[in-house]
Design a protein around this ligand. Sequence first.
Ligand code: HSE
Length: 473
Amino acid sequence: MAWKTTESESLLLQAPLRATAGGRSRRPVSGPVPVVTLGLIGMGNVGTAVVRLLQENGDLIEKKTGIRLELRRVAVKHLSKRRGIALPAGVLTDRAEAVVADPSLDLVIELMGGISPARRYVLRAMESGKSVVTANKALLATWGAQLLSAAGRSGVDLACEASVAGTIPILRVLEEGLAANRIERIIGIINGTTNYILTRMAERGESFGAALAEAQRQGLAEADPSLDVSGEDAAHKLAILAALAFGIQVRQKDIFVEGIDALTPEDFAGARSFGYALKLLAMARSEEPVVELRVHPTLIPAAHPLAAIRNEFNAVMVVGDASRETMYVGRGAGPMPTASAVLSDVIACAERRLGRCPVKEHAGPVGPRRRNVFWGNRKVRRMGEVVSRYYLRFPIHDEPGAIGVLSSTLGRHRVSLSDVRASVVDADRATGIVEIVTHGAAEREVAAAVAEIGRASILRAPARLLRIEELRT
Ligand code: HSE
């Protein structure tokens, strides 16, 4: 996605024959080929995949676009680390400053992650006239507005398609494909790590700990998985989606976030018994004059297409006032899928930098593409005011009147019950379980009722509260 564009600077480095990133020489498509020069900061898994994809598909990209992408500088932390990829001599450096300051570069790809010093490098690159492509959702979610202003001041592009939902071009969908729509809702599975964990818990009955350990073994979860399992990573991505969808500046504290680490096999069994699947959803909903922004484990109808999104796959459903429901599916993580999104931004920035229309027949100066980024001004609904249905599970002492306490307390808080199931778990120890699905109710009322029930001495363990999203199937 290009957050903003600019005066198109013509950087036509006429280069009929040039070395690719891998050092192979090659023939031009026809006549002099414009070259756009790239610097890369960070050569971890995704950075390495970007280099590999440039080497493998550079010729194809040139055939499609008529532009040669030339990777000139790559900044890494450790020069001596083996990366299994060949780069021409002089490309690698351990000084990121040298890359962002290099006057021969048109564009910098930032893949080092984290906020500091990545923010400094991105700003310096833009200040020195370079467009920036980044996959850094934490940076964008926290400093997006400032970085956009800086891009505007310098007249360069800041593009970040790879920051949300990996390979899925969801930012372009919002910016271009659905541009004519008033976006009503976004509902996404936008964290591959947690979707993998939830898939194992749902399909194999594994505990959270066992599923997480397997995700780590598969390289799908970090050694420190807290950003993913806490829901924070999905919240960063939701902030970017909501900014584009509603034209608003989102602060992280505006997003209600609940992670998956407290989920148990009983939650999945309970959801299933009422006809639901359990997913970590990131949701943004517009209800003039407010918006709702939340990330939490959610029960969705088992027959809904989002319920079928397994393992590390992502899916984003976008509802526009004219388009109605649309859905986009793909790999949300992984080096090559992310590299695909990174290079799509690089190509788009390169084309705009050369003042080109992407369709070759219409090539020629087309002028910069300008967009207003923050055109909306909306309040975010407090979580207590959010209305949804709930799945509640109460491990009770099997005593006379226990179910009465549950229903009367919920009733007093105007929480209406849609389905109730009670079962005795252990007759000798007089223990039971009551599971309830409610009609739509305000979160504030449901939470107050559950807290009151907790004080009524009928529970032998804390109650469970999970939200339900009644999506049309
Ligand atoms: N850990 C992230 C995920 C990587 O699983 O979605 C991509 O942002």
